[in-house]
Structure formats: structure tokens, C-alpha cells
Design a protein around this ligand. Structure first.
Ligand code: SF4
Ligand code: SF4
Length: 344
């Protein structure tokens, strides 16, 4: 595939050119001490000297709250009792500087929302189709990163359209998909010198070399299902968890949602909101019965789903190793330790 270089000083012009083509550009920005993904309007440059954005980019395709359709019960109106879908613009969005783990997370979300041969989620689909992912390889992985144990890596190309490597004064841009190739073809960029490619390869190796110790989730799939389900360690490992749901909201692959109708006067809407398997109401039946009545069952569900059931269904874990849940859990629960327990 094609490889080009872009001098960092020319980046603003490059981004302006993309905006000129009607592409909405999102990228990392410093916001009150944190780095978050935000809309990069004209004159706003991405902040590329970060480990990863605090909140995952999943909200771009699966917003925390989303209107599905609206309705009115006003009999004086012609559209009374007609459920009207909320029009999605489906605009072209480019995420500049997305980390490889977050790009792979979209491939996992695709398995959930765009199941082949089944009903596909139209809200997700429209936003996902218009998306272009320009990734930035990680020269300095964090101590909480473990993407290389979940099928990816700090310079993984999976899910990306273009992979960038920060070479100091220049960015190396390697097209990964046809979309990425077309995007690069539209610009007068220099072909990458072989020394740049070698330097990038070396950086990728060095990044892998500084990543943490073994956390292999693949043996989990080989264990008898009921044995994993009935393990005594669930009793112990769930104890410190306060079931706040932070890990599920920060996770780039968690995708549970709840559907609610909201009515004001004679108008209403049906919307969906992120939910969490850590919350007791998630599985509470109208009868009052709750099949996951205590914290232990809910905690177990989170990890069995991510690390076992998803592997059974799709051949991969529902985790990309971004480490957000490790960084932000208020009681220091570390998914890597749960993986070790489940794999032993
Ligand atoms: S962030 Fe930590 S305490 Fe909160 S639900 Fe997740 S594991 Fe439990
Ligand atoms: S988990 Fe891997 S891809 Fe994600 S930020 Fe860390 S090193 Fe980069």
C-alpha cells in the first residue's frame, strides 16, 4: 500500500483541505487538563502528544443518548400516532489521530450492530458508513495498555484507513484501506523515503518491547463453560467493585443500551441511552424477578461476556486492551488480573 509523508508544519493546510471537501474532522484536544476527542473546526489543530483520549470514540457512532423516533398524540394533527424516524444526516466524519485500539473497537461494535444476515442497526450503520479513521501509532504505550494481548498492537492497522507514525518533524502516512488510498491520492504529498519506513518499523518494535507482562485471554475459551461460570473466585473478585458503571461507559466496546419513551404534553420521543450490566435495573423484570440479583452475578456477566461468550460467538474477545477501565476504576479493579484468574 501507498506511503506518504506530511511535514507537521503543513498539517493545518492538509486539514483545511479536507474540510473544504465537506469532511467533518474530529481529533484529540486538550480540555481542562484531559485529552478528549472533539470537533476540529478551522484553525484548531489536533493534540497529538497524548497517550489516548479519556472517553472512547464510540459515542460518534453510538451516542450516549440518541433519539430513535418522535410522535404526537395530538388528534388535530395529520401525523397523529405516526412514528416518525429522526433523520440522520449521515455526514462524512474523519477521526484524525485515533489510537489503533479504538479503531479495532469499531470492528467489534460492527459485530454487535451490523450482524451479517440479521437486522442491522440503522442508527449505527449510517454514522459508521460515513466514517474515515486516520490512526496514530503509539510510540509510548501506557503501563495500562495491553492491546497486543487482545489481537491488536500499538501500530495495528486493523480497522484503520490510514496509519500515521509520528517521526518528529514529519508524519508518515500509510494507506491501509481503499478509502485511505483514495484520500491520500487526492493530495500532493511526497512519497515516503525508505529510511522513514525503516524508522517507523523500528518504532513499532520498540513500542511492543516496552509493553507489559502476559495477559493472554485465549485459554478462557478452552475451559468448560460451566466451570468458568461456577468458579469460587467470582465471590472474591467482585467484592471491592461498587458497580458504578464507569468501566462500561468508558469502554470502547461496551454496547448495552436501554430504550425509553419520553412524553411531554402531546408530543413524545423514543430514545435509547447507554446502560450497564453493572446496574441492577438492567436485568430487572417487570415481575420484580432479577436473574442477576447481586453484584457478583452482574460483575461476572461483564467479564464472562467480554472474555468468554464473545469469543465463542465471534472468535475474539470483546476487549481491545485500551486500559481505560484499569486507569479510571475508583477501586482499582484491573481487568488483566481477572483475565489471569479466568485463564489459570
Ligand atoms: S469501574 Fe470499577 S468499581 Fe466501577 S463498576 Fe467498573 S469494576 Fe466496578
Ligand atoms: S492500548 Fe495499544 S493502541 Fe491503545 S493506546 Fe495503548 S498502546 Fe496504543
Amino acid at each position: 500500500m501507498e506511503a506518504k509523508t506530511l511535514a507537521k508544519k503543513d498539517l493545518p493546510g492538509f486539514l483545511d483541505g479536507l474540510r473544504g471537501k465537506g469532511i467533518e474532522i474530529w481529533g484529540p484536544q486538550k480540555v481542562q487538563g484531559a485529552v478528549e476527542l472533539g470537533l476540529l473546526g478551522p484553525g484548531v489543530e489536533p493534540y497529538l502528544n497524548h497517550s489516548n483520549v479519556r472517553l472512547s470514540p464510540k459515542a460518534l457512532v453510538f451516542p450516549q443518548s440518541e433519539r430513535m423516533f418522535v410522535f404526537t398524540t395530538d388528534r388535530n394533527r395529520e401525523d397523529a400516532f405516526i412514528l416518525k424516524e429522526v433523520e440522520e444526516k449521515g455526514e462524512s466524519r474523519l477521526v484524525f489521530g485515533i489510537r489503533p485500539c479504538d479503531a479495532r473497537a469499531f470492528l467489534i461494535l460492527d459485530k454487535v450492530f451490523l450482524v451479517q444476515g440479521a437486522a442491522q442497526d440503522p442508527y449505527y450503520k449510517k454514522k459508521r458508513e460515513g466514517m474515515v479513521l486516520v490512526g496514530l501509532g503509539c510510540n509510548r504505550p501506557c503501563s495500562t495498555c495491553f492491546c497486543h494481548w487482545t489481537g491488536g498492537g500499538p501500530f495495528s492497522r486493523e480497522g484503520l484507513d490510514i496509519l500515521m507514525t509520528d517521526l518528529g518533524d514529519d508524519l508518515l502516512l500509510e494507506a491501509v484501506s481503499e478509502k485511505g488510498k483514495d484520500l491520500l491520492a487526492g493530495w500532493d504529498l511526497k512519497n515516503a523515503e525508505s529510511s522513514f519506513l525503516e524508522q517507523a518499523g523500528k518504532m513499532a518494535q520498540e513500542a511492543l518491547g516496552i509493553m507489559g507482562s502476559q495477559v493472554d485471554p485465549s485459554p478462557i475459551r478452552k475451559k468448560p463453560l460451566l466451570e468458568s461460570f461456577g468458579q469460587a473466585y467470582w465471590e472474591r473478585v467482585h467484592e471491592p467493585c461498587i458497580k458504578c458503571g464507569t468501566c462500561t461507559y468508558l469502554c470502547p466496546t461496551c454496547s448495552c443500551f436501554d430504550i425509553q419513551d419520553e412524553v411531554r404534553g402531546l408530543c413524545g420521543l423514543r430514545g435509547r441511552n447507554w446502560d450497564s450490566c453493572m446496574f441492577p435495573l438492567t436485568t430487572l423484570h417487570a415481575s420484580g424477578h432479577n436473574p442477576r440479583p447481586t453484584g457478583k452475578e452482574r460483575f461476572r456477566q461483564r467479564f464472562m461476556h467480554k472474555l468468554r461468550y464473545f469469543q465463542d460467538d465471534f472468535g475474539t474477545v470483546m476487549c481491545v486492551g485500551c486500559g481505560r477501565c484499569v486507569q479510571y476504576c475508583p477501586v482499582n479493579i484491573d481487568i488483566r488480573e481477572i483475565i489471569r484468574e479466568m485463564s489459570a
